[in-house]
Design a protein around this ligand. Structure first.
Ligand SMILES: Nc1ncnc2c1ncn2[C@@H]1O[C@H](COP(=O)(O)OP(=O)(O)O)[C@@H](O)[C@H]1O
Ligand SMILES: [Mg+2]
Length: 237
């Protein structure tokens, strides 16, 4: 399987409002950053790639399959939405088991994988806690565990570091870097430092359009910091 995402002239309208305008990107394995301010269109793009929202125009393929082939693609894609929540009264391990079932993971595989997964996201000691008793950072890590429970080739995470304290943020980044081995991780963020610390490639989205697409060093080679180059590109510098 070719681990690759391609979009060509992708667009999305909500009524008359053009939320994505002619987005053409090619994404390979590793952490790909999608940087943009609030309202830029990040969530819209991610939801289309996760096959959860229909596009208006253009095309997109994930690992060779058109995004309309949801049955083929759902097993290949893990998604952590920007606002992730789950039944607050469920226990952590129980909730993961249930989400694994929903993702089509067999009982035997779940039995083996859930303890591994809990260790991986550093929640093993919290496995008998209820979801509502988790801290914000723990909830985010739980969201991450459910996103990769079926071992997807593509992991799409929408602003996973916003609202985390600095320690959690550093940990979360390390975890994401870890998960990018042999898969595509698309990380949307409005935090320049996330991209700086994690991504080789990035796209900057502004008002629905791609205003930069390339390697991080391509933006900073003139001596500007990434933050300066970013603000300049979106007309705020
Ligand atoms: N369901 C919707 N209906 C109408 N407008 C929407 C809808 N979802 C998002 N938008 C608008 O589309 C633009 C992009 O939103 P979004 O993709 O959520 O951006 P981001 O994730 O970068 O903050 C915003 O102007 C937002 O108000
Ligand atoms: Mg968003």
């Amino acid at each position: 399987m070719n681990i690759e995402i391609i979009t060509d002239g992708l667009s999305k309208r909500y009524g008359k409002f053009l939320a994505l305008d002619d987005v053409s990107l090619k994404i390979g394995p590793g952490v790909f950053g999608l940087l943009g301010r609030n309202g830029a269109g990040k969530t819209t793009l991610l939801r289309i790639l996760a096959t959860l929202l229909p596009k208006t125009g253009g095309m997109a393929t994930v690992c060779g399959a058109d995004i309309s082939e949801t049955k083929t693609l759902r097993p290949l894609i893990g998604y952590l939405p920007q606002e992730f929540s789950f039944y607050p009264n469920m226990f952590v391990d129980e909730a993961l088991d249930y989400l694994g079932l929903l993702s089509g993971v067999s009982r035997d595989v779940r039995k083996e994988r859930i303890p591994e997964l809990l260790n991986r996201v550093n929640l093993f000691d919290e496995r008998r806690k209820r979801i509502r008793a988790l801290s914000g950072g723990m909830k985010r890590r739980f969201g991450m565990a459910q996103a990769i429970i079926h071992n997807p080739a593509v992991l799409i995470v929408d602003e996973p570091t916003s609202g985390l304290d600095p320690v959690e943020r550093v940990r979360f980044r390390a975890m994401l870097g870890d998960m990018a081995e042999n898969r595509i991780v698309i990380l949307s963020t409005h935090i320049v430092e996330d991209v700086e610390k994690l991504c080789d490639h990035l796209a900057i989205l502004d008002k629905g359009a791609v205003v930069f697409d390339g390697v991080v060093t391509g933006l900073t080679k003139g001596g500007a910091t990434l933050e300066e180059a970013y603000l300049q590109l979106i007309g705020e510098g």
